[in-house]
Design a protein around this ligand. Structure first.
Ligand SMILES: CC(C)(COP(=O)(O)OP(=O)(O)OC[C@H]1O[C@@H](n2cnc3c(N)ncnc32)[C@H](O)[C@@H]1OP(=O)(O)O)[C@@H](O)C(=O)NCCC(=O)NCCS
Length: 180
């Protein structure tokens, strides 16, 4: 398994990946992921943030994107992450989230946020380890597939405050940051 930046040659595999995901997981991506035109435009458009896929052979097994927020929040990037259900629990989510953090910092974003369902243990664990902390709790903010109301947590990572934390996960080195 390797993590690579999304390029045009991976778009068909990415569309297959999205097509196979349970509907509930697709809601985390917040974009028209089943529309081929939309997905192909991601691979050619130039923008801050970035998109990466985990690949195994010809197949995509995970996806992560950093999307800058509009207007006066364009220094903030929102992370959207999803791993194929059959590939979960083996560290792929962690690796994709780490890649997103490195890419976002390299492209100059100074704050990152991610929305997770409050009781989503794996997501809270992996973002917590990358220096994200809870910044907002939105009560009854989403409905799950059975129509039940769920709380949504917004986790945030302030880049300038957390160089020490990034150092501890080896990210500062990767970015060529000054030691200390
Ligand atoms: C959240 C998600 C991306 C995690 O992907 P993953 O590949 O399973 O993640 P990892 O294997 O890197 O696991 C990360 C941590 O989660 C925890 N974890 C993983 N699987 C778990 C499970 N079945 N039960 C409890 N905790 C689990 C572990 O603490 C793990 O840390 P470890 O490496 O120390 O064991 C995946 O569950 C997913 O796609 N969920 C749906 C979309 C979503 O919620 N996205 C996040 C918000 S955008």
């Amino acid at each position: 398994m390797t993590v690579v930046e999304l390029g045009p040659e991976r778009c068909d595999a990415l569309l297959r990946f999205f097509g196979d995901l349970p509907e509930g997981d697709l809601t985390f991506i917040k974009e028209e992921v089943t529309d081929p035109e939309t997905v192909r435009s991601w691979a050619t458009g130039e923008s801050a943030g970035g998109r990466w896929v985990a690949v195994e052979g010809d197949e995509v097994t995970g996806y992560v994107a950093v999307r800058p927020l509009p207007g006066w929040s364009d220094h903030v990037g929102e992370i959207r992450l999803v791993v194929a259900p059959s590939s979960r629990g083996s560290g792929l989510g962690r690796e994709l989230a780490r890649q997103a953090l490195v890419g976002a910092v390299a492209s100059g974003l100074s704050k990152l946020v991610v929305e997770v369902v409050a009781e989503q243990g794996p997501a809270l664990a992996l973002f917590g380890d990358l220096g994200f902390t809870g910044e907002a709790l939105l009560k009854d903010h989403i409905r799950d597939r059975s129509g039940e109301l769920r709380d949504l947590m917004v986790l945030a990572h302030h880049v300038s405050d957390t160089w020490a934390g990034m150092d501890s996960v080896g990210i500062a080195d990767e970015l060529g940051a000054p030691a200390g």
